[in-house]
Design a protein around this ligand. Structure first.
Ligand SMILES: Cc1ncc(C[n+]2csc(CCOP(=O)(O)OP(=O)(O)O)c2C)c(N)n1
Ligand code: SF4
Length: 288
């Protein structure tokens, strides 16, 4: 097979011209081609939102799941078929509002999946309501007097929740995005990337130019011994109105698969009872 980005193309994206999500799609296809990954060996699980439509635009296996439920679905797929590259994708609303608990638990469980959040600081699909990452004071269709709450930051949250690969990309820099995705796909564990991905239609504040003036690239990721420094570094940058991009943190830790697919048998807490790998989906309900 001739591996080129175009072999992963499906239907033409319906995103607005200039939407940041185009860059994520382009970088993903480049990384698949560079690593010669056959389309059948990739599954993209996406949430609901403009960003969630990405699974319709790639010629791989895909699941367009419920709003906020990307991570449990992606985790179950990876555990059921460890040979697949499983990629979760969605918006900041999907990840940090309705899907927030799944995000935190995925950071600490370390499933072997890549998770890409297209962070446009707004709800795009539903026409411009504020999201958990919208800046305080930002006027949106649902906050005519400006957002009253402090925003949250996915990178900080991931670092504090035990994630083993934490990165931030920017849709205005496809080269850097491609490099990050390449490393994320090779990471053994939960690889999380928050992509600053402007919504050119409903967010006229956080534009490409606005980000370009505020981005600072990180050359080397922090390791586990320097996790507190990494957290401080990211927090101070945010307080100063800057965004660190690149791979910010990387470490090794047992993955969810290491822990529960060991010897293809899953010991349950209850003594004497064992579950086969095939029963893994049922096991997930037991864990919940
Ligand atoms: C359970 C549920 N609640 C609410 C919605 C309505 N809804 C659809 S997309 C969306 C938010 C989209 O914003 P985001 O996740 O940031 O993605 P974007 O469209 O910006 O890419 C909401 C609230 C839904 N589809 N399902
Ligand atoms: S509304 Fe915003 S997020 Fe949705 S496709 Fe258009 S630019 Fe992209």
């Amino acid at each position: 097979m001739n591996y080129e980005p175009k072999i992963y193309e499906a239907k033409k994206p319906g995103w607005c011209p200039g939407c940041g999500d185009f860059a994520v799609l382009a970088a993903l296809k480049q990384v698949f081609a560079k690593n010669k990954i056959p389309p059948w060996q990739i599954t993209i699980v996406s949430g609901i939102g403009c960003s969630g439509k990405i699974s319709d635009y790639v010629a791989t296996n895909s699941v367009h799941t419920l709003h906020g439920r990307v991570l449990p679905v992606a985790t179950a797929i990876k555990l059921s078929n460890p040979e697949l590259y499983v990629i979760g994708a969605g918006g900041d609303g999907d990840a940090y509002a309705i899907g927030l608990f799944h995000f935190i638990h995925s950071c600490r469980r370390n499933p072997e999946i890549t998770y890409i959040v297209m962070n446009n600081q707004i709800y795009g699909l539903t026409k411009g309501q504020f999201s958990p990452t919208s800046s305080k004071g930002f006027v949106t269709t649902s906050t005519p007097y400006g957002v009253q709450e402090e925003s949250i930051d996915g990178v900080l949250l991931a670092l504090e929740s035990g994630a083993t690969f934490v990165a931030r990309g920017f849709s205005g820099d496809v080269k850097q995005l491609t490099e990050i995705f390449d490393k994320a796909l090779k990471h053994k564990g939960f690889a999380f990337i928050d992509v600053l991905s402007p919504c050119v239609t409903f967010n006229r504040f956080n534009t490409y130019d606005w980000f370009r003036k505020r981005i600072v690239k990180v050359e080397e990721p922090f390791g586990i011994r320097h996790l507190p420094r990494a957290i401080r570094f990211v927090r101070e940058a945010l307080e100063d109105g800057r965004f660190l991009t690149g791979i910010i943190f990387e470490t090794k830790k047992s993955t969810l698969s290491d822990l529960i697919l060991k010897d293809k048998k899953v010991p349950l807490v209850k003594k004497g009872l064992e579950v086969k790998k095939e029963d893994i989906l049922d096991l997930f309900y037991i864990f919940k």
